[in-house]
Design a binder for this molecule. Structure first.
Ligand code: SF4
Ligand code: SF4
Length: 354
């Protein structure tokens, strides 16, 4: 039987304190100095985990930091011959065992999609791989979503366990935490009391109830072909992307967006090679050195965003969408562009007559 423990609401802080001694612990918590913003952050005693709200940012930064050092470099000059120099590189990858506690099922599923991009070839990203291998996810079953959620429409669900190592179920008076994989069991040692039969039954009941919920409906079926058919319909894409500000918010909050850029930052004779999040919604993202830009306007950029999530990715990866229906891009787009509308509209008003 899977290991299952009960952590009373009044024991949660002590349990998180204990966990943070064993692993680098990430929890959703209020962002300092930014009222109303909940984001995943490294836990330290005093941080209050917020488990009853959806987060603004996904937990992807636990494995894809916003900015990370890929390597450090230093030029050493010869005292005898100033023109002679030697370049020293330090490309050690240092990671700690980590746990993301309180991610939602849509965010856990997103990690599996990013694995395809970074780990399944033809090139393997060793930086991502090292973090991913040492990071476990404890996903909280969603008892309710909001109007922007649509996980059920893209292959997930509020009690989905894909990508999760532990499942957290809210029950009367606290949380039931269940190890879904053997590697995760040891993390539960000493965090709470073994779940009683009645608590187990209650947790199973909650999972059953929540599994029956349908979070959001969009008609994404056939989107691979529908997108191709609509690709040249500039009128459609102009209308869809008309209000877009090219701000990039939708990509930064998205758990499945993986674009990045690499820059060298140098101070004197030493420096760092940094990798930072980037956004395909920016004009500069595809600007080539020649001055040519294959996606010069927001029309091409938004079309690419929809195509990537609902056509190119599923075509390449067994029909899976590169979207988990977390709803963040809808919630936080400053001009309320709704990707569900763009996807549903792919098939509207297209004449299928021979
Ligand atoms: S968040 Fe909205 S306005 Fe900003 S780039 Fe995305 S679609 Fe455009
Ligand atoms: S595209 Fe939007 S709804 Fe889909 S995973 Fe990204 S942020 Fe969430």
């Amino acid at each position: 039987m899977a290991k299952m423990i009960f952590i009373g609401s009044d024991q949660l802080t002590a349990a998180l304190d204990r966990l943070s001694e064993r692993v680098e612990l990430w929890v959703p918590a209020a962002a300092s100095g930014r009222p109303g913003v909940i984001r995943f952050q490294r836990y330290r005693p005093g941080v209050e985990a917020v488990l009853d709200r959806l987060t603004n940012l996904s937990p992807k930064e636990a494995v894809q930091p916003r900015v990370e050092t890929l390597l450090r470099f230093r030029t050493v000059k010869s005292a005898d011959d100033p023109a002679a120099e030697q370049l020293l590189l330090d490309d050690r990858i240092e990671v700690r065992r980590a746990l993301v506690f309180g991610a939602r099922p849509c965010d856990a599923r997103a990690f599996l999609l990013s694995d395809e991009v970074f780990l399944k070839g033809p090139y393997v990203d060793v930086y991502y791989g090292a973090r991913r291998e040492s990071t476990l996810l404890a996903a909280l079953v969603c008892r309710e979503g909001d109007d922007a959620c649509f996980c059920s429409a893209v292959g997930g669900g509020p009690a989905d366990t894909a990508g999760s190592d532990l499942r957290i179920v809210p029950v009367e008076g606290g949380l039931v935490v269940e190890a879904l994989r053997e590697e995760a069991e040891s993390l539960l040692e000493g965090l709470g009391e073994p779940a009683s039969d009645s608590t187990r039954d209650e947790a199973l009941r909650v999972v059953e109830e929540v599994s029956a919920l349908c979070m959001g409906e969009i008609d994404a079926g056939g989107s691979v072909e529908a997108f191709k058919n609509r690709f040249e319909d500039r009128e459609y894409w102009r209308e869809v992307a008309e209000r877009c500000l090219s701000c990039g918010v939708c990509t930064f909050v998205c758990p499945t967006c993986t674009c990045f850029t690499i820059t060298d930052e140098k101070r004197g004779l030493e420096g760092e090679r940094l990798r930072s999040w980037d956004s395909c919604m920016f004009y500069q993202y595809t600007l080539e050195a020649s001055g040519h830009n294959p996606r010069p306007t927001k029309l091409e950029r938004y079309r690419n965003r929809v195509g990537h999530k609902f056509s190119y990715f599923p075509e390449k990866y067994d029909g899976r969408f590169s979207c988990t229906g977390c709803g963040r891009c809808i919630r936080f787009c400053p001009v309320s562009i709704d990707i569900r509308r763009a996807v549903s509209g792919l098939k509207e008003n297209i004449c299928e007559c021979p």
